[in-house]
Write a protein that binds this ligand. Structure first.
Ligand code: GLC
Length: 646
């Protein structure tokens, strides 16, 4: 039983008492329910002997922070807690976007609400909105304030109006909490630079290279091509500071309890803006230890859980998404393990599914996908995934080497093949991706590019190849159809719904030039949107397809994440087959053909499962019933079926 269910039970009759006193009594109950765990976690990170006082400050802070939350949000918290695991519902369909590139600013976004409504999107991830340095700022992931909105996007009032509109329309808002680092222009960094020891201790700073050198022995590099090394020398303070990402992103030092206390305040202030889901950015990196890779350390998990349990006391309707793009087994750990099971993050990115889908596109086979999904450790009942194909970041090839080797492939060579396939090094490949952080010496690299360009649309349009265009559209619909039927919240990357291609203009901007992830951060193409209805184009076909998936998903309660997914072995290496709600009358069977040739499935198998009857089957995506011929169900190249029971 996780803490949320305890709070739900405690809420009981008090839920009916929405007065200030009633809300405070519930707060006290939540604090009492979490107290022991909070204390254990806090003292595990900050030993009791020297930190009793800091723990008392934490208790006090929780009271003060509760007072900063509006009554409207406090009542929403209670409603959310009452709707058990609301984020697991089939009704959510998400979109991720950069406000400036999508609609100019927050006011512009308000005007785009009809666009979301028409498409059926009701969960929005807005990329960072806070103030950031001019010039390179990692797309806003270098924050100069956790509370101030960058004037380029608008102001607090604009955000407030937008979030109350969202609440009115039932749209869920996700914003980032850049929890691992601040920009070098953040007030703490400014004060550290001026020599204030108190703030130098907010970061990992060192007077010379001796400790940094020890760290470097085992710390990997995140951006090896553009930001080699993990420390930056700051002449003004004559010290080295840890900068795992870019030199202008200073890593916070969570061994200092004051950092945790200040960041908790920032977290609650963010939640108070009307945020429903907080995306914990780069949370795998939160704790550093010499001799390790300083990723996924047990202390990082404790810290996230501590944030979570505090947030639950103050704002129990707000949940956390883990941005942990790490090895498959490590990702699941962010849902919490052992006594913390279900008490860490409610949602995590399903990076395993995402990377394996791209692997299947290139190999046209589903062996690695099946093997990886089957070997994923189970997640707690109360947690769920964000399923996605593309996002603003690169595609890392984070498969388990053992799984690749078990298929008879050499892991290094296989990754090289994927890079070649997607990054324009094989003439026959339809993909037009771009390498990210490619190291010619080691052959290591990651992949970037838009969904449509990676799946062949750009090249097919260039070569005026109608078959290539049809294949690309089928592949886009196949991948989106898979994530729409997978357990969790499907997240459409803005632009994908109209098949937007790579945007090469970043190469002309000196601040973006060396970060090829910008190739997939386009300015939204409203001209194409305006012509969607009037013209028959790849964009309109993709758009109609995505809208169809949205409305189908909403009609299928079996797609709510209730731990009801079964990955089937069909005996055909080109097919990906999974079932939701197996055994039930309203179950769904998904079959995707990753091959460029037609492929077949044995109809007697499908009939035993209940999806073929009287020689026919029913595909919800096309809305058509089709006959079986020669005892085989045939899928066209890159075809996707959602079969309902007949
Ligand atoms: C996350 C973001 C990525 C950013 C990094 C550092 O991984 O998704 O865009 O570069 O954190 O903040």
């Amino acid at each position: 039983m996780n803490q949320a269910s305890i709070h739900r039970a405690l809420q009981g009759s008090l839920e009916k008492d929405p007065t200030k006193g009633g809300l405070e009594r519930l707060f006290e109950k939540r604090l009492a329910a979490n107290y022991t765990l909070l204390q254990q976690l806090f003292f595990a990170l900050y030993p009791e002997s020297g930190h009793r006082d800091a723990f008392l400050r934490l208790q006090k802070k929780l009271h003060t922070l509760f007072r900063t939350r509006s009554n409207e949000l406090k009542l929403q918290d209670l409603r959310r807690l009452g709707e058990e695991n609301w984020y697991q519902s089939e009704s959510w369909v998400g979109m991720q976007l950069y406000v400036d590139r999508f609609s100019g600013n927050l006011r512009g976004l308000e005007e785009k609400l009809p666009y979301f409504e028409k498409l059926g999107v009701n969960f929005l991830h807005l990329m960072p909105l806070n103030t950031r340095p001019q010039g390179p700022n990692d797309g806003g992931y270098a924050v100069s304030s956790y509370t101030e909105i960058d004037p380029a996007f608008g102001n607090d009032g604009d955000l407030g109006r937008l979030t109350s509109k969202f609440r009115e329309k039932g749209i869920c808002l996700m914003l980032d909490f850049v929890v691992n680092h601040t920009s070098d222009e953040f007030p703490w960094a400014e004060r550290a630079r001026k020599g204030e020891a108190e703030y130098q201790a907010y970061y990992h700073t060192f007077p010379d290279r001796s400790i940094p050198d020890q760290y470097e022995e085992s710390l990997p590099e995140i951006f090896p091509e553009t930001a080699p090394g993990n420390f930056t020398y700051i002449p003004e303070m004559d010290r080295w500071v840890m900068t795992v990402f870019n030199p202008y992103q200073w890593d916070l030092n969570y061994t200092n309890p004051n950092v945790f206390l200040s960041m908790l305040e920032n977290l609650v202030l963010l939640a108070n803006k009307g945020v429903d889901v907080v995306r914990f950015d780069a949370l795998a990196f939160l704790w550093k230890k010499i001799g390790t890779d300083s990723q996924n350390l047990p202390e990082a998990h404790r810290l996230v859980s501590l944030f979570r349990l505090c947030l639950q006391v103050v704002a129990p309707g707000v949940i956390i998404l883990a941005e942990a793009i790490v090895a498959p087994d490590e990702i699941v750990r962010y849902f919490g393990e052992g006594p913390l099971k279900g008490n860490e993050c409610e949602i995590a990115y399903n990076a395993t599914l995402m990377a394996c889908l791209w692997n299947s596109v290139a190999t046209r086979k589903t062996l690695l996908l099946n093997r990886s999904l089957r070997s994923l450790p189970p997640k707690p009942d109360s947690c769920t995934w964000i399923n996605y194909i593309r996002c603003h970041d690169d595609i890392g090839l984070g498969f388990e080497n053992a799984h690749i080797a078990a298929l008879g492939w050499d892991p290094g060579m296989h990754r090289r093949f994927l890079l070649d396939y997607f990054c324009q090094r094989l003439d026959w490949s339809p993909a037009k991706g771009v390498a990210f952080m490619y190291n010619p010496l080691t052959g290591d690299g990651r992949i970037t590019g838009s969904t449509a360009s990676l799946l062949g649309l750009e090249k097919a349009l260039e070569y005026k190849d109608p078959q290539g265009v049809r294949d690309a559209i089928s592949k886009i619909m196949m991948l989106y159809g898979i994530i729409f039927a997978s357990p969790g919240i499907p997240l459409v990357y803005a632009g994908d719904e109209i098949g937007m291609l790579n945007d090469y203009s970043y190469a002309r901007d000196p601040d973006k030039l060396d970060d090829s992830r910008w190739v997939n951060r386009p300015v939204h193409d409203w001209e194409t949107v305006a012509g969607l209805e009037a013209r028959d184009t790849p964009a309109s076909e993709i758009y109609r397809g995505i809208r169809n998936l949205v409305s189908l998903r909403r009609k299928l309660p079996v797609l709510a994440d209730q731990d009801n997914t079964l990955v089937h072995e069909s005996g055909n290496d080109h097919l990906f087959v999974f079932e939701r709600g197996a055994g039930g009358a309203d179950s769904l069977l998904v079959i995707a053909n990753f091959d460029a040739h037609p492929q077949v499935v044995n109809a007697s198998w499908l009939s035993a499962l209940g999806y073929v009857g009287k020689g026919a089957y029913r595909n919800l995506i096309s809305g058509a019933s089709k006959s079986i011929r020669s005892g085989l169900l045939e899928l066209a190249p890159f075809e996707l079926l959602w079969l309902a029971k007949v």
